[in-house]
Design a protein around this ligand. Structure first.
Ligand code: GLP
Length: 258
């Protein structure tokens, strides 16, 4: 895994947007899996602006949803579908027929999971996946202790995920379960970016980057992917000791050295 450290959230977001843009310039039919959450918000705003400025056409791309809250009405404030429609699908004009998102209200969740697995397989896999990191180290909704040999699945959310998840909603909601791509999808994606910003992510990013790889810190598993990047702003990287990095972490961009 390459570790890139940026001076601030703007620089981090700008580079992440450039990477997505470059991937689509190189492959106009790229299969993208883009996380929701606060971390990539600015990346998507910049991406939409850059796509217009540079006339990069996303209409041949596919978008795969990473995760969704179970039991939340589709299109309600806070659900992942609405987030992606507003920030990614509409601004980038990705056709609905090429968008595959989880339905958190599906009556048959097993079918919902296998439909997603089949949609990804039919497209030949995910070309570029961008994920954020939960305060407990989760990736998508792959919570600590998760098995790494899973494709899409439904999972009980930890208390911390349920309480932090309230920030996305206008009113208190019961969010006890999530539906998510599994680590098989994550690790089979051709390129993988993990993003984190802000002081609140510093402790978990230190664990993810410095400590032994463990499913107790799902973000650490990203290090086993051959084409992966951890992109952090200085605040999220503040506790990482660059002098004692494990062999599977290589420093790429480090703004303080440039
Ligand atoms: C959420 C989502 C993840 C997201 C992560 C971080 O619960 N399930 O996909 O990446 O937690 O969220 P944020 O970027 O808001 O910190």
């Amino acid at each position: 895994m390459q570790l890139n450290i940026y001076k601030d959230y703007e620089a981090l977001s700008n580079d992440a947007a450039e990477i997505i843009l470059a991937a689509v310039k190189a492959n106009p039919t790229a299969v993208l899996c883009l996380a929701t959450g606060d971390t990539p918000r600015f990346t998507y705003k910049l991406l939409a602006e850059k796509a217009i400025e540079e006339k990069v056409d996303f209409s041949g791309c596919s978008l795969i949803g990473l995760d969704e809250w179970v039991g939340i009405s589709s299109g309600s404030e806070g659900d992942c579908r609405l987030f992606l429609e507003r920030l990614v699908i509409a601004p980038l004009n990705i056709p609905a027929s090429q968008v595959h998102l989880f339905n958190g209200l599906a009556t048959d969740m097993d079918a919902e999971c296998s439909n997603m697995d089949q949609a990804i397989a039919a497209k030949g896999g995910i070309d570029l996946m961008l994920v954020g990191v939960g305060l407990n180290g989760h990736i998508g909704f792959n919570e600590p202790g998760i098995l790494t040999d899973l494709y899409a699945h439904v999972i009980n959310l930890q208390e911390i995920t349920q309480s932090i998840g309230q920030k996305y909603f206008n009113e208190a909601v019961a969010i006890k379960q999530g539906i998510t791509l599994g680590f098989k999808h994550v690790l089979q994606s051709k390129k993988l970016i993990m993003m984190a910003n802000g002081e609140k992510k510093a402790a978990i990013m230190q664990k993810a980057v410095e400590e032994e790889i463990s499913s107790l810190v799902p973000a650490s598993i990203i290090r086993t992917h051959a084409q992966s990047w951890a992109m952090l702003d200085e605040a999220a990287a503040a506790l990482i000791n660059l002098q004692i990095l494990p062999d599977d972490v290589v420093v790429g961009h480090n703004f303080s050295n440039s």
